[in-house]
Design a protein around this ligand. Sequence first.
Ligand SMILES: Nc1ncnc2c1ncn2[C@@H]1O[C@H](COP(=O)(O)OP(=O)(O)O)[C@@H](O)[C@H]1O
Ligand SMILES: [Mg+2]
Length: 255
Amino acid sequence: MIITIANQKGGVGKTTTVVNLATALASIDKKVLVIDMDPQYNSSMSFDAYDPKLSIYRVFSNEVKINNAIQKSQIPNLDVISACENLAAAEYELADDENRNYLLKDYLSNIMNFYEYVFIDTPPTLGLLTISSLVASDEILIPVQCEFFALEGLSKLIKTIDAVKTNLNTSLKLNGIILTMYDRRNSLSSLIEKEAREYFDTNVYKFNVPRNVRLSEAPSHGLPAIIYDLKCSGSQAYIALAKEFLERSIHQIGK
Ligand SMILES: Nc1ncnc2c1ncn2[C@@H]1O[C@H](COP(=O)(O)OP(=O)(O)O)[C@@H](O)[C@H]1O
Ligand SMILES: [Mg+2]
């Protein structure tokens, strides 16, 4: 099953969510692949797996076969395909390729029998990198930061998802919305939560991710937070979310 984590807002917790959900699932023996589609390569770094020579960009430019771009991480059951800065250029380098929206889907079809879950981290844009991730995916997961204006950008994202469903991938489903950086001491957080739950109802995950400094420290150690500090509130939240993720996911293993 392939899941894209997307939100065209930057800094909302996409990468943190990919890294920690993927790690939580790998730790319960699921075979997991993380593909970093963000030219800022934060999730590659978070797994200490940044390698421009093996980047997904090299796969797009036909220099490396996707099987050879797969790197083992330090975490058992968890592999990574790195991003690199050049990936940003793919947006215009592939502009004339009629098949550009389907390239990632085609590459992934060669390796899906190795994995139960593939998580795709995306850049804060709704360009080719994000669209081709959605085309390749069974489901989309949207992290939303508990900040003012957080919900504003969502209608544009939902429109994009609908357009992808109509034109490019009719089977794309919304896995859910995860509220991130929730601050109990800040009344704005509970306000955003209330609005999000009213509007998106059961599409919002039951568990929120609290604002927790340990989550932001972990990447500088090249480790997912749940390996860096399993006991911190952020790690515990992602473990709870991983359970909820499994309940929500329509199992299409091997697809
Ligand atoms: N729940 C959280 N509490 C505190 N800091 C967080 C939390 N989630 C993410 N961060 C930090 O906020 C910044 C943006 O998060 P990130 O996951 O990189 O977002 P995105 O991928 O959407 O740009 C990063 O520095 C990250 O470490
Ligand atoms: Mg990111």
